[in-house]
Design a binder for this molecule. Structure first.
Ligand code: GLY
Length: 344
């Protein structure tokens, strides 16, 4: 079993093990004497819910569960109310715990339910997607979507533990795996230590652990996302624009991959990023069978960019690379970025 501890204002352990029994034993010690409320979705639950329940109950933990429909539509005020009602119906106390068993939707929603029930209860993430294991299950960003705006209502509320069981990835659809690979490639280009360590077909334990180490570093530097943590958004400004511009035909990870390529080329266009950085990102995307051609999305992406909620008086904060492993945060005139997308 590998263990990392994030030392921010609240400490959070990240455990990674290829033995599910070991992870459940660790969880049972944390929650000892209290009730655990598992939040999951209807895709993940049939595979894993009964096993996790059994392993916890075997260690005398009282467990109940709620299963929500999968997908972003559950990450809503209705989804949140469903969890709150479930907790109230089962007389959950301030000392009980939520255990999020699922991908980013489940941990964002279940984490926000934990942040808001009785002014905050403890929770544990057990991510089942690659994106959850390397990014959304770590670091305490919780949120729901509201009035069509993604993650607009939320809170910083750190999990007590993120328990990673890589075996969950064996049942993950390829498109979901690619979505996570977008973030993995991001870590490999923003971090000087990780840049040469990305190889192979399938995300293995070492790869996941390296991503967790980088995420830990940024969360410890800036838990509330006021400065350095923004570097984790490398590729996301253009990426979100491509994602929306494609009408969500592109997965989040594919869009982030294209966003990283576009921002590297834009950085080169404005004299910040050397040309071989873009070529290196393209090589990595190709090696993981990710798309590299964003030309058909640029017009709609340019429109999306102008309506980005982070647009501040015509300027937008973007993460650029001065080299592989050397990210900087810059405020860029949005017109310049838009022109680049439209005219190259
Ligand atoms: N997903 C980026 C962050 O946690 O800051």
């Amino acid at each position: 079993m590998d263990k990392l501890t994030i030392q921010a204002d609240v400490s959070c352990d990240i455990l990674l093990s290829d033995k599910i029994e070991e992870l459940c034993l660790y969880i049972s010690k944390i929650v000892s004497g209290h009730h655990v409320f598992i939040v999951s979705d209807d895709i993940v639950a049939p595979f894993y819910l009964e096993t996790i329940k059994y392993l916890l109950m075997e260690r005398s933990v009282a467990v109940d569960s709620i299963i929500l429909p999968h997908g972003e539509q559950s990450k809503s005020s209705d989804g949140l109310a469903a969890i709150h009602r479930f907790l109230i119906k089962n007389a959950a106390s301030r000392h009980d715990y939520i255990l999020n068993l699922g991908g980013g939707m489940v941990s964002d929603l279940g984490g926000f339910a934990a942040a808001t029930y009785m002014r905050g209860i403890g929770y544990i993430n057990m991510p089942t997607s690659l994106l959850g294991m390397v990014d959304s299950g770590i670091g305490g960003k919780t949120a729901i979507n509201f009035d069509g705006i993604k993650n607009i209502i939320g809170a910083f509320h750190s999990p007590l533990l993120t328990a990673i069981y890589p075996e969950f990835l064996t049942t993950l659809p390829v498109c979901e795996l690619r979505s996570g690979m977008g973030e993995v490639i991001k870590y490999s280009v923003i971090s000087p230590v990780f840049s040469n360590m990305l190889s192979g077909e399938f995300p293995d334990i070492e790869l996941i652990m390296n991503c967790c180490k980088i995420k830990k570093r940024y969360v410890e530097l800036d838990a509330y996302d006021n400065g350095q943590r923004k570097i984790l958004n490398f590729g996301h400004t253009f990426g979100h624009a491509f994602e929306s511009g494609s009408g969500f035909e592109l997965s989040h990870g594919e869009a982030v991959g294209l966003g990283m390529l576009a921002i590297a080329r834009f950085g080169n266009h404005i004299g910040i990023t050397p040309p071989d950085v873009g070529r290196e990102i393209e090589r990595k995307l190709i090696s993981y069978k990710m798309p590299t051609d964003y030309s058909k999305y640029t017009d709609l992406a340019a429109y999306e960019l102008c309506h980005d909620k982070k647009n501040d008086g015509g300027l937008i904060e973007m993460v650029l690379l001065e080299d592989i492993g050397s990210p900087i945060i810059a405020r860029i005139p949005i017109e310049k970025a838009r022109d680049f997308l439209c005219n190259g």
